[in-house]
Design a protein around this ligand. Structure first.
Ligand SMILES: *Cc1c(COP(=O)(O)O)cnc(C)c1O
Ligand SMILES: [Zn+2]
Length: 412
């Protein structure tokens, strides 16, 4: 990889050769991929992008893959960025865009990391990939690996929503539902991966995965024609996504594609917010209970807290915690104002943004991007609970009229 210098431990600074099967540093720290920006500047220009396919691999010069590694089969990335004028007005913002990453092939942002895992597993010559996940990393790995003809072993906590487990089973993964928390699930997967030598898709262990996730940031900037917004809001669990987003933005800054950096908004559930709490108190992070219906970000022991906390601080960002009620209200708000249906964790960034606007912590002339990280069809049970029942009538016009007048529905 001519564009990559090495992998460097974020804790102790030790450097490693960027082999495809890298895991954590010997000290336990997480590795970060280090690029040769001077070289990249000479071979990568904005104009090059006009001829390329619209997927995450259009930014190859900024990705840690060999030049001849094929892009995995599923089309990941280039999700739409919608300008949300009505929602902006409701929140009192000048400009707001919604990046809908729920339209990826397995319906979450995790596809960006899983596609990278498949590319790197192929470079490593592996035939089996394994991971533990709150759900979406699992279903996206299973789908992306199935398309590439690779086998998967997947560990999920028993609370994972049925929509996600159905995806896993359909994609042919060997699924282990662990009776316990995400932490328990992660530990068992770690032992099994060590024992059988599978390729490791645990995002906070394999340093390549946040490099896949960073493509969401690269796309946002290209879709905004390199005009930098003031804030980007996103939900946070393990912390890999927000850290990846930040890495992508810094990459673009380093090669001169953008001239400043936005501030990050880190949104967590009030019932599980160890990363935000650490940023707010300045203390080291402490484990928390996983007390929220936003299952994808119910991470009591975050695996990438160091990188995430550094990203929020470096950006001069904001933290915000939202209740489950606020999350479900944001799900409806996005649905009604934008036609975007996100899963609870998927809309937590927007819920956080709304709260910050109400608290007056975002200036009214700000331009903001809010990332929806997963599709609402992943977790229909919670959506149905929050939205109530439809009008139920027999096939009879009089009964329909009666039902409308009972509910005082204005007919025009
Ligand atoms: C995984 C996930 C997140 C959070 O990503 P982390 O890397 O765990 O912080 C947010 N939303 C959805 C839908 C996810 O699947
Ligand atoms: Zn180290």
């Amino acid at each position: 990889m001519r564009n990559v210098i090495c992998a460097c431990c974020v804790k102790c600074g030790r450097e490693y050769e960027a082999k495809p099967d890298l895991t954590n540093c010997e000290c336990g720290g997480i590795l970060d991929i280090v690029y040769d920006y001077d070289y990249i500047k000479t071979v990568f220009h904005k104009e090059d992008l006009s001829k390329r396919p619209y997927d995450m691999w259009r930014y190859r010069e900024l990705l840690p893959v060999e030049a001849d590694t094929p892009a995995p089969p599923l089309r990941v990335g280039w999700s739409p960025l919608y300008e949300a004028e009505r929602l902006a007005k409701q929140l009192g913002l000048k400009k707001l865009w919604i990046k809908d990453d729920g339209v990826n092939p397995t319906a979450s942002l995790k596809d960006r990391a899983s596609a990278m895992a498949v590319a790197k597993a192929r470079e490593a010559g592996a035939r089996v990939i394994a991971c533990s996940s709150t759900g979406n990393a699992a279903s996206s790995l299973a789908g992306n690996a199935a398309a590439a003809g690779l086998e998967t072993y997947i560990f999920v906590p028993s609370r994972a929503p049925k929509g996600k487990v159905a995806q896993l089973m359909t994609f042919g993964a060997t699924v282990i539902s662990v009776q316990g928390s995400y932490e328990d699930t992660f530990e068992l997967s770690k032992q099994a991966i060590e024992r059988w030598g599978w390729y490791n898709r645990n995002a906070a262990i394999n340093p390549y995965l946040s490099e896949g996730k960073k493509t969401v940031g690269l796309e946002i900037m290209e879709q905004l024609n390199w005009q930098v917004p003031d804030y980007i809001a996103i939900s946070v669990g393990d912390g890999c996504t927000i850290a990846g987003l930040w890495k992508g933005l810094k990459d673009l800054y380093a090669i001169g594609f953008i001239d400043r950096l936005p501030k990050l908004i880190s949104a967590q559930a009030a019932g599980c917010c160890p990363i935000n709490r650490a940023v707010e108190t300045g203390e080291p992070w402490q484990p928390m209970e996983e007390n929220t219906l936003a299952d994808s970000i119910a991470v009591g022991v975050p695996r990438n807290a160091d990188k995430a906390i550094a990203a929020i601080r470096e950006s001069g960002g904001l933290t915000v915690e939202v209740t489950d009620e606020e999350i479900m209200a944001a799900q409806k708000l996005l649905g009604r104002s934008c036609g975007v249906f996100g899963e609870p964790a998927g809309v937590t960034g927007t819920a956080g943004l709304k709260k910050l606007c109400q608290q007056g912590r975002i200036p009214a002339d700000a331009a903001v991007v809010s990332v929806v990280t997963g599709n609402g069809l992943k977790d229909v049970a919670n959506a149905i609970k929050a939205c109530g029942e439809p009008i139920s009538v027999p096939s009879d016009m009089d009964r329909l009229l009666a039902a409308f007048s009972e509910r005082e529905i204005p007919l025009r």
